[in-house]
Design a protein around this ligand. Structure first.
Ligand code: GLU
Length: 440
């Protein structure tokens, strides 16, 4: 049974980088008929908020990435405490009392001497009396996991064979001074308790994986398989981390990006397969395979989401936008015609209303000086609405007769006068939608 999870911390909004992680895990479980867990990593009571947790769920629901189970780390603290006790009993957990300033100083010294800034394990040498004294002076210490100094190896689902020397990694702090359990151990306990078989996450977690493998081994757990996808960069390869805040899923939704466009793009970006617009998540899942992804950073350009959104909308049947079309006031008998015209001329759903306003209220005609008289004469030959699909042909025929103009000199000034635009839908489609006779 395949079990995957997406484990965001509800300390902020989801962005495109998080979406990649969520989507990959979702598609893997979906392909295998397995279980997809949404796990809220909310052990930090100060930074985790209900609003962020709700926002995460809203974003995933918008995209259709539904979860089979919802878990909250804040409800599982006793499990983490039990695991911590076990590590203590196995002599793999020790209390350390250095202040952040002291640690910083140690790191600087090491770097000055050309050594890697790895925690020196000074706390391991403390006697019980010394610890009591430090506790009395400074309060509780932090709890660090004692890594076994050996190479940690695994075959990564994307990066291939990996090996990290535990001696190059600091013993990770798993419990903070204030008693707060940190993600590193919570995640190990959850992944095991929840039967997670595949962990896919960003390559910023590679070192975490190494230490988590050792924690799992210490607790007698069998590690799941791990895969680390590359991180996103901007279009020029620039780091995106600082700008990710501006690439929140909620903002993309506001901007009118379509879920299937976004999902189709993100499911293939950074893989050897071309980006194809899929019509639903089943189709997207079918071709999905981590084997197609590589280690190189993945360039992401938010502007790429708009052409694919437009392509999605261009084929969308009325049923799927009927509510929105009705809401902006398009009468039911015009809805089909309206949508056929509108969908071919929009980039996002946010553009739909503008077209209806144009048809309903008309626009300020765009008329070149030399066409003033011509347009006035043409408008005089146009009857009052309602118009039909034949109106444009009949009208321009009459205008041609009366003025002798033909071709572009005939059609373009009339298009501009009626729609205010040089390009746009077929005028024979536009006319039946006009609710008012255009006037100068
Ligand atoms: N809460 C962690 C994060 O958002 C989860 C990482 C993981 O998938 O294990 O980075």
């Amino acid at each position: 049974m395949t079990v995957t999870r997406f484990a965001p911390s509800p300390t902020g909004r989801l962005h495109v980088g998080n979406l990649r992680t969520a989507l990959f895990n979702y598609l893997i479980s979906r392909n295998a008929g397995g279980t997809f867990i949404l796990r809220l990593d909310d052990t930090d009571p100060e930074r985790s908020t209900r609003a962020f947790a709700d926002g995460i769920q809203r974003d995933l629901e918008w995209l259709g990435l539904t979860w089979d189970r919802l878990e909250r780390q804040s409800e599982r603290l006793d499990r983490y405490a039990a695991a911590a006790d076990e590590l203590r009993a196995k002599d793999r957990f020790y209390e350390a009392f250095e202040t952040p300033t002291e640690l910083d100083l140690k790191r600087k010294k090491q770097l000055n001497m050309g050594q890697p800034p790895v925690y020196d394990r000074a706390a391991l040498k403390l006697s019980e009396e010394e610890k009591d004294r430090l506790r009395a002076e400074r309060g509780q210490g932090v709890w660090r996991f004692k890594l076994k100094q050996e190479r940690i190896e695994w075959t990564d689902g994307i990066l291939g064979d990996l090996s990290i020397d535990a001696a190059s990694v600091s013993d990770p702090v798993l419990i903070r001074q204030d008693g707060q359990v940190l993600y590193t151990i919570a995640s190990v306990v959850d992944d095991t308790d929840m039967g997670v078989t595949h962990v896919v996450r960003g390559s910023d977690h590679v070192t975490n994986t190494a230490t988590q493998i050792q924690i799992m081994e210490a607790l007698g757990f069998a590690p799941p398989s791990f895969a680390h996808h590359s991180l996103l960069t901007g279009p020029q390869g620039e780091a995106l981390s600082k700008r990710l805040g501006t690439l929140a899923l909620a903002d993309l939704r506001e901007a009118g990006v379509e879920p299937m466009a976004l999902l189709s793009h993100m499911a293939r970006l950074g893989s050897s397969q071309p980006i194809e617009l899929c019509s639903d998540l089943d189709e997207l899942a079918e071709g999905f395979d981590l084997d197609h992804f590589g280690a190189a950073p993945t360039k992401f350009d938010v502007n790429d989401l708009y052409p694919i959104t437009a392509r999605y909308l261009h084929t969308l049947p009325l049923e799927q936008v009927a509510d929105q079309v009705a809401e902006i006031g398009v009468p039911e008998d015009l809805a089909e015609t309206f949508w056929t015209v509108a969908r071919a001329n929009i980039t996002t759903r946010n553009d739909i209303a503008g077209w209806w306003h144009l048809f309903r209220d008309g626009t300020t005609p765009v008329v070149d000086e030399e066409d003033r008289e011509f347009v006035a004469e043409a408008f005089a030959l146009l009857p009052d609405p309602p118009y039909t699909a034949e109106t444009w042909g009949a009208w321009t025929g009459a205008v041609k007769e009366a003025t002798g103009r033909k071709g572009k000199g005939l059609f373009m000034p009339l298009r501009k006068a009626v729609t205010g635009l040089e390009r746009g839908p077929e005028m024979s489609d536009v006319m039946p939608l006009l609710q008012k006779k255009p006037a100068l």
